[in-house]
Design a protein around this ligand. Sequence first.
Ligand SMILES: [Zn+2]
Length: 476
Amino acid sequence: MSNASNKPFFITTPVYYVNGKPHIGHAYTTIAADVVARFQKGSGREIFFSVGTDEHGAKIAAKAKESEKDPQVFVDEISEEFKKLWGKLHIQYSSFIRTTNPKHIAAVQKVLQTLSDTGAIYKGFYEGLYCVGCEQFKTADDLVDGKCPDHNSVPELMKEESYLMKMTELQPELTKKIKNDELAVRPERYKKEILSFLEGEKLEDISISRKNVSWGIPLPFDKTHTTYVWVDAFLNYLTVFGWDGDEKNVPKEWPADVQFIGKDILRVHATIWPVILMHLGIPVQKTLFTHGHILSGGKKMSKTLGNVIAIDDLLERFGVDGTRYLLLSAGPFGEDVDVTVERLTEKYNADLANGLGNLVSRVVKLASNLQSTTYRQQQGGEEYPEDLKKLLSGYKLSEALQYIWKKVAEANRYIDETKPWELVTTNQAEFETVMQKLLGDIAFIASWIEPFMPETAEKIKQALQERKTVPLFERI
Ligand SMILES: [Zn+2]
């Protein structure tokens, strides 16, 4: 076992369900995780950043059938779409795990066997309201007017022979772990939400298998059942390291330092997942960070409303770094954020074309008047100020961008006030001083934005080095 200080920083996104192509929500979580991974790496920490796709379940089998494809062919294609998008968005993940990977399947079966051997899994019946869309049994509290709010459909009442996993007996211990932050659920209000759920309701043992779902991992001790898709999916966070499913061989990167999830999957990630770990005697994840949804014009994006913003359209309009910036600056990470193409365009022009772009091009152009001996590359741009570090370590990503853009605005104001284009003829010494400060500011800004906008950071550093001005962002 390695000690905590040299354990790599391990960050995860969920494995995305491949029942459809990647959308803006997937991109949002993954860009955020990429920013954090790059920040940790830039701060000298070894990191592991996992992404992947969740590929089993009745819903996927149905989708494959709809498009007249073999399920494996279907999931291969969609999984590839995710990979391609991460490439386009410059996501620097460490590993991409697929739940149809044979090693993953073998590890899941090993875990199920262990849980069955120790009595954590037992045979019984399960009856409940099941939403096929969510692949989850629902409680009365989850429903709005008797319907699943996410799918606007009435769940089916189902009773079937099933294997159950013990949850109730571990409820007090789980509640304690969340209360004392051994499993830190963040932001704070999601901790409150999950605790009030745990303190108000008995955690029922859950069905972990389905009969009649062939597109899944068969239980090793009863092949007529396949694994409930969540149990299969959660284990990706360990199998991404090639783990064999033996609780004695847990990868050194575990526990995850932070798992990013959308609020719709908070409940399962804060109950079923840690309970599986507890049954296995494996430490629970350290932090579960929950973010909100991306709304458009105040409403959930939907084809019927016609307010869907496609990630590829954003990329085409704003470029990679523009898209990364605009999504993460749209609102606090953790809350619902509301975007429209009009507002994003305004922000692009204000913050990127006029703000950062204008600053860099003005300074680099003015710097061509410096005597070559005094135009040296600014050093020391690697360090983050404490305030910014604190924001980034606490996943306050939009606040971190605000902090940086305040510096951009200050630097632009400083140019307007000091008028270096006049100083160059009237006061050469003063001109040198002003320019050194501005060049230093830009060097710092370039390294601070690197996690968010890696390509732009690189372009600024090059412009400083080669003394060639570049239009970073064209007004649109
Ligand atoms: Zn549903």
